[in-house]
Structures are given as structure tokens and as C-alpha cells.
Design a protein. Sequence first.
Length: 308
Amino acid sequence: MVAVDLGGTRMKCGLVAADGAVLHRETRPTPRTAGGRAVLDTLLETVVELSQKATADGHRVRAIGVVVPGIIDAETGTVVAENLAWSGTPVRAELIAAVGDDDVPIVLAHDVRAGGYAELRQGALTGTTNSLFLPLGTGIAAAMVVDGRLVSGDGYAGELGHTRFIHGETAELCACGQWGCLETVASAAAIARRYAARAGRVVDGSREVMELLAAGDEIAAQVWQDALTVLIEALVLYTTLLAPTRIAIGGGLVGAGETLLQPLRDGVHARLTFQREPEIVAAVLGEEAGCLGAALYAWDRVTSEEQS
Ligand SMILES: [Zn+2]
């Protein structure tokens, strides 16, 4: 399998064997600032080069899995992804044309759902039928496992990051156009941005805010508490609606470990009355989840085509 994940700041790519073993991995810059066409050209070039590498290494490419952020139209294979400057871009058609081999199926899927699928198949959500993968990174989106299936809602489901939890004057404008979204307070990017706005100096991402938090910095403590408060609200809402038995938190913020997880557990526990209480754990596949999910989806396609 050739697998490429366009979520996150760099493109994560790999060659993955049928048993899930990663034979080759690399990352490449995503030329976001150069526009949507440049991003697409880089993706096509990457897929073609990785296919050539697989062949040169003596492997046969059985399928290609590409995962992207944003909204994918499953029928047309077009993608709307603001941070890749794609607005209805025909990604699947371009991939088919670039690969030029009808025997190699191409699977296009959502990055967070692919990550959730990988966590479900071989990570923190193994063995669950109702669970949630929630990566807290540049943005926040959810992969929702409901009654044993990952819910995609025709490509639109799982946008928990864009539900409103902040009302009134303190609500900040979100990239999606709404005000006070979860993502404006609790994503890794928001934590860095909100600290910088209050302290009047730029910080090196949420990681530096966590270091400041550990050192007793008051602004860091406030920004962190704000994030925890809305995350607890979001997890209680999700738990009330969909009754997960396990929630796996991923993305950059989970690097904080128990500093993040224990207050979430305590906060959710304190709020629940009748609802089934979920376990709250760290996701285990890290940055590789999306890429691995792309490969798993691609392999599923090959297997189902062989059976039909
Ligand atoms: Zn939003």
C-alpha cells in the first residue's frame, strides 16, 4: 500500500505491507502557502514517487490510500479543505489520472476518521463498539465509533471542534466562521495563540505553554483551565448523546499526559449523573495514525474487491 496523510503541518507518507508492517516512512512539506494547485501537485508527485519506490524495492502496489482534512464528497471524490486551499478540488480524479493504472484502487478518506480507524483496529480503541477518537491538534475533529461503525455522515460528521461552548463577549471568531467554537479554546493551536495574546509574547506552540504551566505561570494556568473546562463540556455532551465506553485523546496536546487526562476524567466523572462513564485514555499511534488508517482502508478495499 502507498499511504499518504495530508493532515497536520507536514505530509506523512509510507509504504505499508498487507500485515500492517510499515516498510518505509517519510514526511514531506505541504506547500500550503503556494496555493491549492501546488498542494495537489505535491500530493500527486508524492504518490507517483512512492509507487515507483515500492516497485524498485521489489514490492507490488496493490492500492493507494490518501487521507485529507476537510469535507470529502464520497460520490464525486472532490474535497473542500480550507487549510489546503481546496474548494471542491477533484482530488480522486486527479489521483486516478496521475497513477494511470485501473488495477490499483485509490481510496480517499478523512484524516481524523482514518486515524480513528487505525486506533480502532490496532490502537487505543481496540475491542470497543462505541468509542471516540479525539485528536487535539491544530484543529479538533472527532472519529466516532457508534455500534461498531465509524460514522462519516456522507463526509460531514464528527466536527465536534465546531460546536459552540463559549458565549457572550469572550467568544472568539473561529476559522469556520462561527464564534466560540471548542476549537478556539481547546486546540493545541488555540492554547498557544491565547497564551500569546494574554502574555503579549509569541510562544513555541502549546508545548511551551505546558512548560510554563509546570513552572507555575499564572497565565498558562488560566489558558489551560479554560481549555479543560470546554473539553469537559464537550466530552459530557458526547457521552450523553453517544455513550462511548472509551475515549482516546490524541494530537499534540496529549503530550501533556496525565496533566491533561486526569482533570478530564475527574471533570467528566463529576458532571455525569445517569450516563455510562467512559474510560479516558491517550491514543497510542501518535502521528502515524492517519497514515496507517489510509493503508488499512486501502487494504480493506483490496480484500473486498477480491471477495466480490
Ligand atoms: Zn469553528
